[in-house]
Design a protein around this ligand. Structure first.
Ligand SMILES: [Zn+2]
Ligand SMILES: [Zn+2]
Length: 211
């Protein structure tokens, strides 16, 4: 799996370009994201934009990027409504209206998204930060794209936004501890390959304490 990490602007979530054709999250700066994508590929090659959850710092650029690239947009069913809601998407916190993009692919959790002849991204429903948050696991390289569910060093996502739940977050992180993860690609912060399973266990402990 080929992964390029893109940060289009300082407050953006991490954006990942996978195998030169799939974006995980878009951040909220469409113009700079487009320019960053152009450094790697012709943006028209983007086939799919997977949103890890509805929050504006991950989705704000989705409308423009979808239109410019002609890509499909995917999200979990339980974040559909919040995505286009000014408060639920936290767009209002950033002084913007919610994205108008309507995803055409809706996940329930458990899907396998083919990204090459030999690789898939498994959709894992991980509610808690938002109701329809997902993580994506690629079993060949044992990579986990964790959105805002877990971060390096045992950090965890906030549960005080609309639809958040610390109980759900703990259950979701418990699911993640059952994976074997070599590389963690979080929604914010650095990518880490340093004993990632132990880092996720630290997140589980943190989340159990915060409940
Ligand atoms: Zn978030
Ligand atoms: Zn975020």
């Amino acid at each position: 799996m080929n992964v390029e990490k893109i940060n289009a602007s300082p407050y953006d979530a991490n954006i990942y370009l996978i195998n030169k054709k799939i974006l995980i999250d878009t951040g909220m700066s469409p113009r700079s994201l487009y320019e960053e994508i152009e450094k790697h590929i012709d943006p028209k090659n983007i086939e799919l934009i997977i949103l890890t959850h509805c929050h504006y710092d991950h989705t704000g650029a989705a409308t423009e990027i979808e239109e410019k690239c002609g890509a499909k947009v995917a999200i979990h069913r339980d974040d559909m409504e919040l995505l286009n809601d000014n408060t639920g998407s936290v767009a209002s916190m950033f002084g913007h209206p919610a994205p108008t993009v309507i995803p055409s692919i809706i996940y329930e959790g458990g899907e396998h998204i083919p990204i090459s002849n030999t690789e898939n991204l498994e959709v894992i429903h991980t509610p808690g930060h938002t109701p329809g948050g997902i993580c994506l696991y690629e079993p060949v390289s044992k990579s986990l794209f964790s959105g805002d569910t877990v971060f390096p060093q045992g950090s965890i996502g906030r549960t005080d936004f609309i639809g958040g739940s610390s109980d759900e977050l703990t259950k979701s992180i418990e699911k993640l501890t059952q994976l074997d993860v070599n590389v963690l690609y979080p929604g914010h912060g650095i990518v880490t390959d340093d004993n990632v399973n132990a880092q996720i266990h630290m997140s589980l402990q943190m989340s159990a304490v915060m409940r």
